[in-house]
Design a protein around this ligand. Sequence first.
Ligand SMILES: [Zn+2]
Length: 446
Amino acid sequence: MKLYLDPGHGGSDPGAQGNGLDEKDITLDIALRIRNLLNNNYKDADVRMSRTGDSSVSLDERTNEANAWGADYFLSIHCNAFNGDAQGYEDYIHSSLSDSSKTAEYRDVMHEEVTKVNRLRDRGKKKANFHVLRESVMPAMLSENGFITNDHDAALMRDASWRQTVAQGHVNGLERAFGLKPKEESDVLYKVIAGSFQSRKNAEQRADYLKSKGIEAFVSPATISGEQWYRVQAGAFSKRKNAEQRLEKVRNAGIKDAYILKEGKGADSGGGSDGYAIKGKTFLSPELMDQFVKEVNADAIKIGIHYLIFGEYYGIRGDVAFAQAMHETDYLRFTGVVQPEQNNFCGLGATGPDNPGASFDTPREGVLAHIQHLFAYATTDSLPDKYPLVDPRFDLVARGSAPTWVKLNGKWAVPGDNYGQSILKLYERMLTSSIEQFQQLKQKIT
Ligand SMILES: [Zn+2]
């Protein structure tokens, strides 16, 4: 499906102005978010934009380009202006079209999906003789996302998480209207985001509040359009249905602006466009990690603490590394060629029954080697020197060749087509389980 995405105005034309905001900036930001969501999460969405920066593009240039390209849909993003009182969302199709036209059908879906999430007064579905609707040869819609001249609407426009939500609403509409195919389930995570803040303190307060309501949450830093943000994440799921259930719970706890962020693992938090990164903070506590394994293997030794400490020191996701260890050792049951007494939790050097790989004196040293090996893949930095190098294969790694978990495919495990995905799946189960544990704990206390 070819989408021509048109952020209104730009360059010398600021569009509507109010409350210190220019329409052209808001429309561009929302449109870029729509494009990113489509590129990250769908197999079959081909997006072209009338502008991707603050440039002047005439209305003729826009429709000519869309027509010449042969777009399937023309989507124009705008914000409204009037007196201070008018507020809300509305969308337009061309005035010549009937309510039973294909264009009207698409619009019905778009309107429903956008208004479901945008927290704006619904001003209805409208028609007008706008240039972009008239001169585009494909079905076209123009959305007016709030009034820049209204205090309530303008306050939302200033909020990046609102702009993200509005983008997601448009994307949800496009997915339904055009039957867009999401990337493989294993490649997509549905994250429940319970607010985004520019102040880490505010984000932490929100996370604490959720925890007080029995909902496990953590703060996840994200760089959005070059700015530092702190998202409060309350769960991540490979199935949308599960994410929606969690979203409901979060909203019932009073966080009305929570939303689902659908992310391709090829472009996930922490790593920006580098993917679901190996480098980053460890979020799960050692107790939660160890408890997770105990549910499967009651005899498992406790190694969570080493993953936390070494992960933090080397800047590696210790909790995801722990998931990798559970994947490699079959939850520390060691059902493969590596034996428990080797303390080799990540199959270092193990290639088969004749070569069970490296051995380490203690579990602690085995974990240290694991984290050092990940460090070798994830970075080109020299190894920090607080601990000795115990990974016997550190120097054999093509340094920096796998900044993400998925990039380990075919490197750490051969052939390992889905190696990184399997680790992330297991990690996701750890997250879910940690939330359940937290809730059980809370019930015991209250
Ligand atoms: Zn406009």
